[in-house]
Ligand binder design. Sequence first.
Ligand SMILES: [Zn+2]
Length: 195
Amino acid sequence: MLLTEPRPSGSGGSRRLGGEIAADMIYPIVKFGDPVLDREAEDVHEFDTPELHKFLEDMFESMYAAKGVGLAAPQIGFSRKIAVIDVSNGENPGDKLVLINPQILKTEGKQEGEEGCLSIPGFREQVKRARRVTVRAKDALGKEFEMTGEDLLARAFLHETDHLYGRLYISHISALKRDLLKRKIKKLQRAGEWG
Ligand SMILES: [Zn+2]
């Protein structure tokens, strides 16, 4: 279900897809305050379709354009359990990861570090996360896999899976800090500086 009308803006090059030329679409990022970010996304049941492959390409392009290392479908207005991650930010093609219907299986250890979100631009907070995380997900073909990541990748698994269940990283900071941040965002919204 399409919950927010996506507004594709611009196009970056073109790519051969199923014999047709399809332009990459860069989607604008949905910001904090949009209800699509607060609800659990729907499971994906159809795999290996031209539409899904095209959508994943567009997600990667939208993520690179926004200079992120992870992007969840609700962040571009699609309430579906799909996330893409590339902790190399486009430097290493082997780091491109697709997580569909992901579940966190195991978390171990602790890490503390700054975390931000493309949907909450301009803010970063210290967030405690597990240091080693195992996720189970499906790939674009519908094949199930398990993967364990550490450090930034572990953080990305948790952050993006959270998005697909309607949770933002600010649910992991203190209520005091969260209220302060929300007040600052409200100010920006009132000033028309929050899309
Ligand atoms: Zn995020």
